[in-house]
Design a protein around this ligand. Structure first.
Ligand code: 13P
Ligand code: SF4
Length: 318
């Protein structure tokens, strides 16, 4: 069968969305055609916040599975769909609920801060959730003198540890896409684009080097090295006077950065930084999702109730 015409698919998606009173929430890493159709296009934090603010009874999450679970946890009265249930996350897969319980056994008074890139089962074991957009604010808000475990991203954890000055246990998880953006990648781009401003996601393997340059007095990059979530990248690109930016994260963000800043140039730190899970959402499966009401994401009520406390804290801090 010949592939469907994208224009027909887009028209079908719009009609189904209206008929179902649905809202489409897409992450900044989605394919351009999905980004252009979204009612909400944002980072993990804003996606989660907007999911609770929208009136729509049906939320279609164009992102990865943990994002749909988070929407389901925070919105027990709404129906949540994901167009491809296999859109997972290699970072979320690095930790299980039993790992958190094991740490708690050794630290009965400890607090667990779980990055939103975790399963609902892990969130249910956590005290606080956070995203890259508010991780520093969440850790800063913790009571002093208590042992803390930050999970599962080691690079983001290192960044938070350094900025807050707090002694934190770090889980050794990483995202394969961001970990591949190393110190060497950063060095190469600094040499190639000495005048550019750098936008670096804190999950990147190069985050420690980026922090070093951002703090190093006299370094040409000081003041031009932002360690930011994808939504903060959007804000920084808008407000900065720079004309050229090197962007260290998944390459999906380039579409929105370019669309919103026509006079500025955005260069990928590495073109290969593509998340195959994020790209599993297509016009076809988004249309099928709205047409056939699949794939519904629900979290068992007992797990959701336990996870909700940590998720709600994430939504209110920072
Ligand atoms: P944001 O925190 O900017 O949403 O990006 C993190 C990420 O990798 C989403 O999976
Ligand atoms: Fe997970 Fe990494 Fe993909 Fe984000 S980019 S969804 S952290 S695998």
């Amino acid at each position: 069968m010949a592939p469907a015409d994208p224009h027909d698919l887009i028209a079908e998606i719009r009609a189904l969305k209206a008929e179902r009173h649905a809202a489409i929430l897409a992450h900044n890493y989605q394919r351009p055609e999905i980004q252009d159709l979204a009612d909400v296009l944002a980072d993990s934090l804003q996606m989660a916040r907007r999911a609770t603010e929208l009136d729509a009874p049906l939320l279609v999450i164009c992102g990865v599975h943990f994002m749909a679970e988070t929407a389901a946890i925070a919105n027990p009265g709404k129906r949540v769909l994901i167009p491809d249930p296999d859109a997972g996350c290699s970072l979320a897969a690095t930790i299980q609920a039993a790992d958190v319980r094991a740490w708690r056994t050794e630290h009965p008074d400890g607090l667990v801060v779980a990055y939103v890139n975790t399963s609902a089962d892990v969130k249910a074991e956590a005290d606080y959730c956070c995203t890259s957009g508010n991780a520093v604010a969440v850790v800063t808000a913790l009571p002093p003198g208590v042992p803390v475990l930050f999970l599962p991203d080691f690079f983001l954890g290192q960044y938070v540890k350094r900025v807050t000055g707090r002694d934190i246990d770090l889980w050794l998880g990483e995202c394969h896409v961001h970990a591949a953006l190393t110190r060497e990648t950063l060095e190469q781009r600094r040499t190639q684009f000495p005048d550019a401003e750098f936008l670096v996601h804190p999950e990147c393997g190069c985050v420690t080097s980026a922090m070093y340059y951002a703090e190093a007095e006299g370094d040409v990059a000081a003041g031009r090295m932002g360690i930011v979530s994808t939504e903060q990248m959007m804000r920084r690109a808008r407000s900065s006077n720079a004309r050229q930016f090197v962007v260290a994260t998944e390459t999906g963000v380039l579409h929105r950065l370019r669309r919103e800043n026509p006079g500025k140039e955005f260069i990928a730190a590495a073109e290969s930084a593509e998340c195959r899970y994020m790209k599993m959402i297509t016009l076809e499966n988004l249309r099928d999702s709205l047409r056939d009401l699949k794939y519904e994401v629900s979290v068992p009520p007992e797990t959701a109730a336990r996870a909700r406390r940590a998720v709600e804290r994430m939504l209110t801090i920072g």
